[in-house]
Design a protein around this ligand. Structure first.
Ligand code: NAI
Ligand code: CS2
Length: 491
């Protein structure tokens, strides 16, 4: 089977770049050429070029991991495909707006910094997962002890961290007399622009106060709310893509049809007219981010931990269990929705639409994938809402059950006594606490002592501890499936 290229014949119905690709300019450097970026920002750029004559194109960069994705797209004329998967059928488009692809381990960091310091570059965007920001998830501040940050402080001109690379690139632009670019995070964090600004400015200030002041005065860090479910690509997905496309595409991704992007309109060197292809450009993204993070990602994580423990491999499998559907809905409507700032959105309808999206059996979104990196996700998905309820004396039964589910998951042994492969940047700290605590109450206290996740306040809250403990004990006694069915009265 031939591989996707500018000249390969494609199956009928595939949307291809009919615009002049030579006209597209490299105006955005993107850090994190993963599945999500390809299916989200990549498609907005392609649609803008195809439907509105935009010339905004990408230089795609992977710093850590993802060597294969960069090599793959280089071998296929910088083209890749995005397939939308619905129970009713699939559709497929080839994205043509990538101009260049680089990997730190192949091209070297010097070449990447040089690419970021070209005059045409107006935006550096990011999707590097929450852990890529090297911050303390509970506070949003730079983790100065992080090994990558320690490295970058010692070698500022050969940085390894995302923040270090941005600081070094901006330093180079300043030296070359070029204007700064805007830095746009598209990762799932509340105020992702502020988190990015914090880590970049803090790291710059530790190196050179003058540089930090220049960045603060010349760059901007717009926040974004991003939404499109893009599961990790499997061999099965690639086979399906091949059937749709008519050629092989190892750089292809598949995702749900739904897509949403809310962007803070704050760019120092211009931006693509994303609003022409459905993005919302607003002054304040925070209410949208919180809504999405607490309703969607909060229920996703709940389904991920409890579902994994109950033996459900995919989110759509959880949706076959009416008790899981009811629990996810309760969590969203009764415990997350009340904590949100007012938006002109019907939250009950939003919850229904999320459940409908989760039911998509074509997606095969693994509970294990969403369960990854929990220490980086819990604060914004559950813990801020729990604090809201604690302040008001309200109940938060499902959020507490979620926390208990996470604790059971990171314990590393499932309900059948099989090992769980826990993937988390704080794995050492998790394993140490698990190894040094007896199963039950002691384990709960040991995990609550993770200050980077729970802060100082939650481990000192008797109500929080009591509710999580009760949920944890119930999970131990009844197992996840039955606990979800009986909750909140099972304890
Ligand atoms: P992925 O695993 O396909 O890609 C991860 C990307 O992050 C790769 O490009 C990798 O090189 C980079 N990366 C990982 N750790 C890094 C580090 N320490 N420093 C620098 N780069 C690093 O994951 P995917 O699906 O692309 O998701 C990435 C992020 O996008 C998510 O964590 C989330 O914040 C956001 N997102 C994902 C959605 C999805 O459904 N997949 C939807 C909405 C947002
Ligand atoms: C998921 C998200 O992996 C996860 O943690 O909750 O990536 C989710 O699929 C997206 O945010 C949907 O937009």
């Amino acid at each position: 089977m031939t591989t996707l290229s500018a000249t390969s014949p494609l199956a009928e119905g595939v949307i291809t770049p009919t615009y002049d690709r030579a006209r597209i300019k490299t105006r955005i450097v993107h850090l994190g050429f993963g599945a999500f970026h390809r299916a989200h920002q990549g498609v907005y750029a392609d649609r803008l070029a195809a439907e509105h004559g935009s010339d905004w194109g990408y230089c795609e960069v992977n710093l850590i991991g993802g060597e294969k994705q960069i090599a793959d797209i280089q071998h296929q004329d910088l083209l890749y495909s995005v397939s939308e998967m619905a129970d009713a059928g699939w559709s497929c488009r080839v994205v043509g707006t990538v101009k260049r692809a680089m990997h730190q381990s192949v091209d070297g960091i010097g070449a990447i910094l040089d690419a970021m310091a070209q005059p045409d570059i107006a935006i550096v965007s990011i999707t590097v997962t929450e852990k890529g920001y090297c911050h303390h998830p509970a506070s949003g501040k730079l983790n100065q002890q992080h090994p990558l940050i320690q490295h970058d402080l010692a070698h500022p001109d050969e940085p390894q961290s995302v923040a270090g690379v941005i600081v070094a690139a901006l330093k180079l632009r300043r030296e070359r007399g070029l204007p700064a670019f805007s830095v746009m995070s598209c990762d799932n964090m509340p105020e992702n622009g502020h988190v990015t600004r914090n880590v970049v400015l803090e790291l710059a200030a530790l190196q050179d106060a003058g540089l930090a002041a220049w960045i603060e005065g010349n760059s901007s860090f717009p926040s974004t709310m991003v939404d499109r479910i893009v599961p990790a690509v499997t061999l099965e997905t690639l086979a399906k893509i091949q059937t749709l496309l008519g050629v092989n595409d190892p750089a292809g991704v598949a995702c749900e049809p739904f897509c949403q992007w809310v962007v803070e309109d704050n760019f120092v060197q211009g931006r693509p007219a994303w609003e022409k292809v459905g993005a919302e450009l607003v002054k304040d993204v925070l209410p949208y981010e919180e809504m999405k993070l607490r309703m969607l990602n909060g229920s996703h994580s709940f389904l991920a931990y409890l579902g994994y423990l109950a033996g459900y491999q995919h989110i759509s499998d959880c949706m076959q269990d009416p008790h899981f559907v009811a629990a996810a809905r309760q969590l969203m409507i009764a415990e997350q929705a009340p904590t949100l700032r007012t938006l002109d959105v019907d939250l009950a309808a939003y919850a229904d639409s999320l459940i409908a999206r989760y039911r998509n059996t074509a997606l095969k979104h693994r509970t294990w994938q969403i369960a990854m990196d929990g220490t980086q996700k819990l604060p914004q998905r559950w813990l801020d809402a729990i604090r809201w309820h604690l302040n008001r004396g309200d109940s938060f039964d499902y959020l507490a059950l979620g926390v208990a589910g996470w604790m059971r998951f990171v314990g590393g042994v499932d309900e059948q006594g099989q090992a769980i492969e826990v993937s988390d940047p704080l794995l050492d700290q998790l394993q140490q606490r698990v190894a040094q605590s007896a199963q039950g109450e002691e384990r709960v206290h040991a995990l609550l002592s993770l200050q980077a996740v729970f802060g100082d306040d939650l481990p000192a809250s008797p109500r929080f501890i009591e509710r999580v403990l009760q949920a944890y004990q119930t999970l131990l006694t009844h197992g996840a499936r039955q606990t979800v069915a009986l909750w909140p009265t099972a304890g």
